[in-house]
Design a protein around this ligand. Structure first.
Ligand code: MF3
Ligand code: CO
Length: 275
Protein backbone atom coordinates (compact mmCIF):
# COMPACT_ATOMS: atom_id res chain seq x y z
CA UNK A 1 0.00 0.00 0.00
CA UNK A 2 1.43 3.37 -1.02
CA UNK A 3 0.62 6.13 1.48
CA UNK A 4 0.12 9.66 0.14
CA UNK A 5 1.26 12.38 2.57
CA UNK A 6 -0.54 15.67 3.23
CA UNK A 7 1.40 18.90 2.74
CA UNK A 8 1.71 19.28 6.52
CA UNK A 9 3.11 15.78 6.80
CA UNK A 10 5.60 16.47 4.02
CA UNK A 11 6.83 19.51 5.96
CA UNK A 12 7.36 17.34 9.05
CA UNK A 13 9.25 14.84 6.90
CA UNK A 14 11.39 17.68 5.54
CA UNK A 15 12.43 18.43 9.14
CA UNK A 16 13.38 14.78 9.63
CA UNK A 17 15.31 14.67 6.36
CA UNK A 18 17.11 17.93 7.13
CA UNK A 19 18.10 16.67 10.57
CA UNK A 20 19.87 13.82 8.78
CA UNK A 21 21.51 16.36 6.42
CA UNK A 22 22.70 18.41 9.41
CA UNK A 23 24.01 15.29 11.13
CA UNK A 24 25.94 14.31 7.99
CA UNK A 25 27.32 17.86 7.68
CA UNK A 26 28.46 17.85 11.32
CA UNK A 27 30.18 14.51 10.86
CA UNK A 28 31.77 15.64 7.57
CA UNK A 29 33.74 18.24 9.51
CA UNK A 30 35.35 15.49 11.63
CA UNK A 31 36.34 13.03 8.90
CA UNK A 32 40.09 12.53 8.54
CA UNK A 33 42.71 9.77 8.59
CA UNK A 34 43.01 8.22 12.06
CA UNK A 35 39.35 8.59 13.06
CA UNK A 36 37.53 5.31 13.82
CA UNK A 37 34.12 4.70 12.33
CA UNK A 38 32.90 3.67 15.80
CA UNK A 39 33.72 7.16 17.14
CA UNK A 40 31.79 8.65 14.21
CA UNK A 41 28.79 6.44 15.01
CA UNK A 42 28.86 7.56 18.64
CA UNK A 43 28.81 11.24 17.62
CA UNK A 44 25.95 10.54 15.24
CA UNK A 45 23.88 9.06 18.08
CA UNK A 46 24.64 12.01 20.36
CA UNK A 47 23.83 14.61 17.71
CA UNK A 48 20.49 12.98 16.91
CA UNK A 49 19.49 12.70 20.59
CA UNK A 50 20.56 16.31 21.17
CA UNK A 51 18.03 17.29 18.49
CA UNK A 52 15.06 15.50 20.08
CA UNK A 53 15.14 12.60 17.67
CA UNK A 54 15.97 8.90 17.71
CA UNK A 55 18.44 7.06 15.48
CA UNK A 56 16.04 4.82 13.55
CA UNK A 57 18.54 2.18 12.41
CA UNK A 58 19.46 1.16 15.98
CA UNK A 59 17.57 -2.09 16.74
CA UNK A 60 15.85 -2.06 13.33
CA UNK A 61 15.55 -5.82 12.72
CA UNK A 62 18.29 -6.07 15.33
CA UNK A 63 20.75 -3.68 13.66
CA UNK A 64 23.28 -2.91 16.43
CA UNK A 65 24.50 0.67 15.66
CA UNK A 66 23.20 4.23 15.19
CA UNK A 67 24.37 4.43 11.59
CA UNK A 68 25.70 2.38 8.70
CA UNK A 69 29.31 3.23 7.78
CA UNK A 70 30.53 1.47 4.67
CA UNK A 71 34.18 1.73 3.64
CA UNK A 72 35.60 0.93 0.17
CA UNK A 73 34.22 -2.44 -1.02
CA UNK A 74 31.43 -2.39 1.57
CA UNK A 75 28.30 -1.50 -0.40
CA UNK A 76 25.88 -0.77 2.48
CA UNK A 77 25.06 -1.71 6.11
CA UNK A 78 28.69 -1.59 7.23
CA UNK A 79 29.17 -1.89 11.00
CA UNK A 80 31.03 1.00 12.62
CA UNK A 81 34.24 -0.48 14.10
CA UNK A 82 37.65 0.36 15.54
CA UNK A 83 39.48 0.50 12.21
CA UNK A 84 40.87 3.97 11.60
CA UNK A 85 40.03 5.76 8.37
CA UNK A 86 42.99 5.99 6.00
CA UNK A 87 44.11 8.20 3.16
CA UNK A 88 42.28 7.16 -0.05
CA UNK A 89 39.40 5.41 1.71
CA UNK A 90 35.90 6.11 0.47
CA UNK A 91 33.28 6.06 3.19
CA UNK A 92 29.50 6.05 2.92
CA UNK A 93 27.65 7.32 5.95
CA UNK A 94 23.96 6.36 6.00
CA UNK A 95 21.80 7.80 8.77
CA UNK A 96 18.15 7.45 9.75
CA UNK A 97 16.17 9.43 12.32
CA UNK A 98 12.67 9.51 13.73
CA UNK A 99 11.62 13.06 14.60
CA UNK A 100 8.04 13.66 15.81
CA UNK A 101 7.10 10.24 14.45
CA UNK A 102 8.42 10.81 10.92
CA UNK A 103 11.44 9.17 9.31
CA UNK A 104 14.38 10.78 7.55
CA UNK A 105 16.90 8.46 5.84
CA UNK A 106 19.75 9.56 3.67
CA UNK A 107 23.36 8.92 2.80
CA UNK A 108 26.51 10.43 1.34
CA UNK A 109 29.84 9.02 0.15
CA UNK A 110 33.00 10.91 1.17
CA UNK A 111 36.55 10.52 -0.17
CA UNK A 112 39.41 10.77 2.36
CA UNK A 113 42.50 12.34 0.82
CA UNK A 114 42.62 11.91 -2.93
CA UNK A 115 41.66 8.43 -4.11
CA UNK A 116 42.46 7.27 -7.65
CA UNK A 117 40.78 9.11 -10.51
CA UNK A 118 38.57 6.07 -11.33
CA UNK A 119 37.26 6.06 -7.76
CA UNK A 120 36.48 9.78 -7.85
CA UNK A 121 34.65 9.25 -11.15
CA UNK A 122 32.56 6.49 -9.58
CA UNK A 123 31.56 8.90 -6.81
CA UNK A 124 30.69 11.68 -9.24
CA UNK A 125 28.72 9.48 -11.64
CA UNK A 126 26.77 7.82 -8.82
CA UNK A 127 25.82 11.22 -7.40
CA UNK A 128 24.80 12.40 -10.87
CA UNK A 129 22.69 9.28 -11.30
CA UNK A 130 20.80 10.07 -8.08
CA UNK A 131 19.76 13.43 -9.55
CA UNK A 132 18.88 11.80 -12.88
CA UNK A 133 16.58 9.47 -10.93
CA UNK A 134 15.10 12.38 -9.00
CA UNK A 135 14.26 14.14 -12.29
CA UNK A 136 11.94 11.22 -13.05
CA UNK A 137 10.23 11.30 -9.63
CA UNK A 138 7.24 13.26 -10.90
CA UNK A 139 3.52 12.47 -10.74
CA UNK A 140 2.38 10.13 -13.51
CA UNK A 141 5.75 8.44 -13.98
CA UNK A 142 6.52 4.99 -12.59
CA UNK A 143 9.29 3.61 -10.40
CA UNK A 144 10.78 1.97 -13.50
CA UNK A 145 11.39 5.42 -15.00
CA UNK A 146 13.61 6.27 -12.02
CA UNK A 147 15.44 2.94 -12.16
CA UNK A 148 15.94 3.20 -15.91
CA UNK A 149 17.49 6.68 -15.61
CA UNK A 150 19.91 5.54 -12.89
CA UNK A 151 20.87 2.35 -14.73
CA UNK A 152 21.29 4.23 -18.00
CA UNK A 153 23.78 6.69 -16.51
CA UNK A 154 25.80 4.20 -14.45
CA UNK A 155 25.66 0.79 -16.10
CA UNK A 156 25.01 1.48 -19.76
CA UNK A 157 26.96 4.73 -20.06
CA UNK A 158 29.88 4.01 -17.71
CA UNK A 159 30.00 0.22 -17.37
CA UNK A 160 29.48 0.18 -13.60
CA UNK A 161 27.54 -2.52 -11.73
CA UNK A 162 24.10 -1.63 -10.39
CA UNK A 163 23.35 -3.61 -7.22
CA UNK A 164 20.12 -5.58 -7.70
CA UNK A 165 19.54 -7.00 -4.21
CA UNK A 166 18.93 -3.65 -2.48
CA UNK A 167 16.51 -0.93 -3.56
CA UNK A 168 15.12 2.48 -2.61
CA UNK A 169 11.77 2.67 -0.85
CA UNK A 170 8.80 4.66 0.34
CA UNK A 171 9.34 6.53 3.60
CA UNK A 172 6.98 7.98 6.23
CA UNK A 173 5.91 6.79 9.65
CA UNK A 174 7.90 3.66 8.75
CA UNK A 175 11.48 3.43 7.50
CA UNK A 176 10.48 1.16 4.66
CA UNK A 177 7.13 1.66 2.97
CA UNK A 178 5.85 0.82 -0.49
CA UNK A 179 6.80 1.27 -3.24
CA UNK A 180 10.17 -0.35 -3.82
CA UNK A 181 12.38 1.89 -5.93
CA UNK A 182 15.00 -0.21 -7.77
CA UNK A 183 18.04 1.43 -9.33
CA UNK A 184 17.40 -0.52 -12.53
CA UNK A 185 14.36 -1.22 -14.64
CA UNK A 186 12.28 -0.55 -17.69
CA UNK A 187 10.69 2.77 -18.52
CA UNK A 188 6.95 2.76 -17.90
CA UNK A 189 7.11 -0.25 -15.53
CA UNK A 190 6.55 -0.53 -11.79
CA UNK A 191 4.35 1.37 -9.34
CA UNK A 192 2.72 4.61 -10.46
CA UNK A 193 4.09 7.72 -8.72
CA UNK A 194 1.36 9.92 -7.25
CA UNK A 195 1.69 13.49 -6.06
CA UNK A 196 2.48 13.58 -2.31
CA UNK A 197 4.25 10.26 -1.96
CA UNK A 198 7.68 10.33 -0.34
CA UNK A 199 10.44 7.99 -1.49
CA UNK A 200 14.09 7.42 -0.68
CA UNK A 201 16.07 7.12 -3.91
CA UNK A 202 19.41 5.46 -3.27
CA UNK A 203 21.69 4.25 -6.06
CA UNK A 204 24.27 1.67 -4.88
CA UNK A 205 26.82 1.49 -7.68
CA UNK A 206 29.87 -0.78 -7.99
CA UNK A 207 33.02 0.11 -9.88
CA UNK A 208 33.21 -3.51 -11.06
CA UNK A 209 30.54 -6.17 -11.34
CA UNK A 210 27.07 -5.86 -9.83
CA UNK A 211 27.41 -8.95 -7.63
CA UNK A 212 27.48 -8.63 -3.85
CA UNK A 213 27.49 -10.92 -0.81
CA UNK A 214 26.49 -10.52 2.83
CA UNK A 215 29.05 -11.26 5.53
CA UNK A 216 28.50 -13.73 8.37
CA UNK A 217 27.41 -10.83 10.64
CA UNK A 218 24.15 -10.88 8.64
CA UNK A 219 24.44 -7.21 7.61
CA UNK A 220 27.65 -6.09 5.93
CA UNK A 221 27.16 -6.17 2.16
CA UNK A 222 30.36 -6.27 0.07
CA UNK A 223 31.17 -6.40 -3.61
CA UNK A 224 32.06 -9.91 -4.73
CA UNK A 225 35.04 -8.68 -6.76
CA UNK A 226 36.38 -6.52 -3.91
CA UNK A 227 36.19 -3.31 -5.95
CA UNK A 228 34.80 -0.11 -4.40
CA UNK A 229 31.12 0.78 -4.23
CA UNK A 230 29.36 4.12 -3.76
CA UNK A 231 25.96 4.98 -2.29
CA UNK A 232 24.06 8.28 -2.29
CA UNK A 233 20.52 8.70 -0.94
CA UNK A 234 17.99 11.52 -0.92
CA UNK A 235 14.42 11.72 0.45
CA UNK A 236 12.12 13.05 -2.24
CA UNK A 237 8.45 14.07 -2.41
CA UNK A 238 6.80 13.36 -5.75
CA UNK A 239 5.14 16.43 -7.24
CA UNK A 240 3.72 17.43 -10.60
CA UNK A 241 6.44 18.50 -13.02
CA UNK A 242 9.33 18.59 -10.49
CA UNK A 243 10.21 16.53 -7.45
CA UNK A 244 10.73 18.24 -4.08
CA UNK A 245 14.02 17.08 -2.52
CA UNK A 246 13.42 17.05 1.25
CA UNK A 247 17.00 16.31 2.28
CA UNK A 248 19.79 18.69 1.31
CA UNK A 249 23.39 18.11 0.29
CA UNK A 250 24.33 21.83 0.45
CA UNK A 251 25.43 21.84 4.14
CA UNK A 252 27.27 18.54 3.65
CA UNK A 253 29.08 19.82 0.57
CA UNK A 254 29.98 23.04 2.38
CA UNK A 255 31.55 21.00 5.19
CA UNK A 256 33.28 18.76 2.64
CA UNK A 257 34.74 21.75 0.85
CA UNK A 258 36.05 23.23 4.11
CA UNK A 259 37.62 20.00 5.38
CA UNK A 260 41.16 19.72 3.96
CA UNK A 261 41.18 15.93 4.55
CA UNK A 262 38.26 15.38 2.15
CA UNK A 263 38.27 15.44 -1.62
CA UNK A 264 35.69 17.84 -2.96
CA UNK A 265 34.70 18.15 -6.62
CA UNK A 266 30.95 17.97 -6.81
CA UNK A 267 29.60 21.52 -6.70
CA UNK A 268 28.03 21.47 -10.15
CA UNK A 269 25.74 18.52 -9.45
CA UNK A 270 24.00 20.24 -6.58
CA UNK A 271 24.07 23.73 -7.99
CA UNK A 272 22.10 22.68 -11.08
CA UNK A 273 19.44 20.68 -9.35
CA UNK A 274 18.91 22.04 -5.87
CA UNK A 275 18.33 25.53 -4.65
N1 MF3 B 1 19.37 3.48 4.56
C1 MF3 B 1 19.23 2.07 4.60
C2 MF3 B 1 17.89 1.71 4.04
O1 MF3 B 1 17.31 2.53 3.44
C3 MF3 B 1 19.64 1.49 5.87
C4 MF3 B 1 18.68 0.80 6.75
S1 MF3 B 1 19.29 -0.66 7.37
C5 MF3 B 1 19.31 -0.52 9.04
O2 MF3 B 1 17.39 0.64 4.07
F1 MF3 B 1 19.11 -1.64 9.55
F2 MF3 B 1 20.44 -0.04 9.41
F3 MF3 B 1 18.36 0.25 9.44
CO1 CO C 1 17.01 4.09 2.56
Amino acid sequence: MIIVKTNDQVELMRKSALLVSQTLATIAADLRPGVTTLSIDKKIGEYIHDHKAIPSFLNYHGYPFNSCISVNDVVVHGFPNTRELRENDIVTIDIGVILDGWHGDHAYTFAIGEPAREVLSLIRITKESLYKGIEKAVAGNRTGDIGFAIQEHTERKHGYGVVRELVGHGLGRSLHEDPQVPNYGKRGSGAKLREGIVIAIEPMINMGKKDVYTEADGWTVRTLDGKPSVHFEHDVCVRKGKADILSNYAPIEAAEEKNPYLYFANTAVTADTQQ
